[in-house]
Design a binder for this molecule. Sequence first.
Ligand code: HEC
Length: 106
Amino acid sequence: MKIRIMLCALVGVLSAAPVAASIDIVKKARCVACHAVDKKMVGPSYREVAEKYKGQADAAALLALKVRRGGAGVWGAVPMAPNDASKISDENLKAAVEWILAGAPS
Ligand code: HEC
């Protein structure tokens, strides 16, 4: 009984707290197969992305949509494939994009 109450409290805390935006999210979602924090791979580095969209108010929404649907033509000829919800949840996607736009701090 006591354990059950503790579990409920824990679940409550976990779902209320924002996802800690960090490299862990993009590792888990396998974004790191194509992106690194500070060097270009298949896709642009996250620091480059942060630099490009600095000061652009709608960048977070724009980039979240792009990651979800995939797209091409901004950084070169190679397209990014769509990343559906089975790869990254809406919540984690939002957190990941915010983390990227903040310059991918470690
Ligand atoms: C298969 C390789 C691949 C994977 C996996 C991948 N990306 Fe990309 N990503 C790319 C490429 C290539 C581009 C450049 C597309 C372009 O030029 O428009 C890109 C571009 C981006 C951009 C910049 C978009 C823009 O329009 O400026 C962001 C942000 C991004 N990716 C985030 C992510 C995140 C987050 C994930 C994981 C959920 C992810 N990517 C997974 C290849 C990938």
